[in-house]
Design a protein around this ligand. Structure first.
Ligand code: GDP
Length: 452
């Protein structure tokens, strides 16, 4: 996601690596300007950023370190806009947020993602289906709400979004919800009718905040429409959706700098966990290729049950890690979101780990086969696969659609992996990890090879 920008910064820095004169600085800033424009960063943002870096580097005394320091400082300045960061709760619940955006921007999906993000942080969330413009929007939100197990307010017989929003707010108050997220109508383009409807809902509801969902794939248009929404409705934050699909990435810098309201979250994939809070410090760290361990820890701590993790570690140590635990771990990984979205949070990994990026844990052939096998096993067999005799394996083969050879192979590989994990947990250390990785490469769903 941030690869292109990070690459641009690296290129620019390389121009000033061995020389510390004005000429080298000029080369570095020229390179930076060119690559920022190519990455779709707005020309005004590019100019301001590059000029400030040049001045700052000169002040510090030209050299690579000064250039890096200036880059970090000025990126921070570009990404920081006065206002709230992340999700901010009001003093009097329910915190009410209007979700706005053009049709197709990802507004309904983002409403679900945000609800899921808050639910994982133990908040009681209600979503309200007030997008009556797009025929399938209410149905889509119902499906999302069911999937993430969050309550929804809708009224199939009511055509007035203001009335639905008011009724949802009354329910949220009466039933002590922490947060109410209202999915509003979108249009293919900004028009008067849409703005009037949003005004009416805003006036009736008096929301704590209004979020605008901007589609990164629309490039410079995303900045323009966000600015128009800000002028006409008044928005408190931008959520940049589909950032995973944007190969250039510059739109994040442009929006943060040009619109004048803070970027609050970014959407990093189609699935519900694929949303990240936008905190300038952390994003700068990722842009500089230094990862975001703090963000990763926060993300995992909301998902990983510490008690369960301890239990699993104990089991691994005893060599008792079984297929039930394996399924549990797979499901937990699913909650973390796409691999792509977490790669850039680990320092150095985005530069190193090409093959992991597109790994689809859930749908890879090997995982599908293992899941088919596990679902045909009894709970007892999942704990102790050795209980299965030849005739039982034959029956499982029929039920799972796998051959006996495939079944035996999976069982053997799983046994080996479990033994390796046990050994590793008692020996520990990097060497053990490397051994395990090389042994697991042959295992279904095992670690892909990291490039040297
Ligand atoms: P709405 O009309 O604004 O409510 O848009 P939807 O929520 O229906 O989203 C439009 C499409 O964008 C859907 O196919 C979503 O799955 C997809 N989408 C939304 N957010 C993201 C994202 O962050 N990444 C990717 N890759 N797709 C997204």
């Amino acid at each position: 996601m941030f690869d292109v920008l990070t690459g641009s910064f690296k290129n620019a820095v390389s121009k000033i690596r061995f020389r510390d004169d004005a000429n080298a600085l000029k080369k570095a800033t020229t390179e930076l300007r060119k690559s920022l424009l190519k990455a779709d960063v707005h020309h005004k943002t590019t100019k301001e950023l590059v000029d400030a870096i040049e001045i700052n580097t000169k002040l510090l005394g030209i050299g690579q370190e000064a250039f890096l320091k200036s880059l970090q400082k000025e990126l921070h300045a570009v990404l920081t806009t006065a206002g709230n960061q992340g999700f901010v709760f009001s003093n009097t619940p329910p915190t009410t947020v209007l979700m706005t955006g053009l049709q197709g921007s990802g507004k309904t999906t983002t409403t679900g993602k945000l609800a899921n993000y808050l639910k994982q942080r133990n908040k009681k969330v209600l979503v309200a289906a007030c997008d009556l413009q797009r025929l399938a929007a209410v149905e889509q939100l119902k499906q999302i709400a069911a999937q993430i197990e969050v309550d929804i307010y809708f009224d199939d017989n009511q055509m007035d979004p203001v009335k639905i929003a008011l009724a949802a707010k009354a329910k949220a108050k009466a039933e002590h919800y922490d947060v109410l997220l209202i999915d509003t109508a979108g249009r293919l383009a900004i028009d008067e009718e849409l703005m009037k409807q949003l005004h009416d809902v805003k006036k009736a509801i008096d929301p704590d905040e209004i979020f605008y969902v901007a589609d990164s794939l629309t490039g410079h248009d995303a900045t323009k429409t966000a600015s128009t929404f800000k002028e006409q409705i008044g928005i408190d934050g931008v959520i940049l959706s589909k950032y995973d699909g944007d190969t250039k990435g510059g739109v994040a810098l442009s929006i943060a700098h040009q619109v004048g309201v803070p970027l609050r979250f970014i959407g990093t994939g189609e699935k519900m966990p694929d949303i990240e809070v936008f905190i300038p410090d952390r994003i700068v760290s990722r842009l500089m290729g230094a990862g975001d361990i703090e963000g990763l820890a926060e993300k995992t701590s909301a998902i990983i049950d510490a008690k369960k993790a301890k239990e699993v570690t104990k089991k691994i140590k005893k060599g008792e890690f079984n297929f039930n635990d394996f399924l549990d771990q797979l499901n937990m990984m699913k909650k973390l979101g796409s691999m792509k979205s977490i790669i850039s949070m680990i320092p150095g990994l985005s530069q190193m780990a090409g093959p992991i990026k597109d790994m689809d844990l859930e749908n890879s052939g090997e995982i599908v086969r293992i899941k088919a096998l596990i679902s045909s096993m009894t709970p007892k067999e999942r704990e102790e696969p050795d209980l299965m005799n030849i005739s039982r394996k034959k029956r499982i083969a029929k039920g799972s659609g796998l051959s006996e050879v495939q079944i035996n192979k999976i069982l053997k590989q799983f046994k080996n992996a479990s033994k390796m994990a046990k050994k590793l947990s008692s020996k520990g250390g990097m060497k053990g990890l490397q051994n395990m990785m090389s042994q697991m490469q042959g295992m279904p769903g095992g670690m892909p090879k990291l490039p040297r």
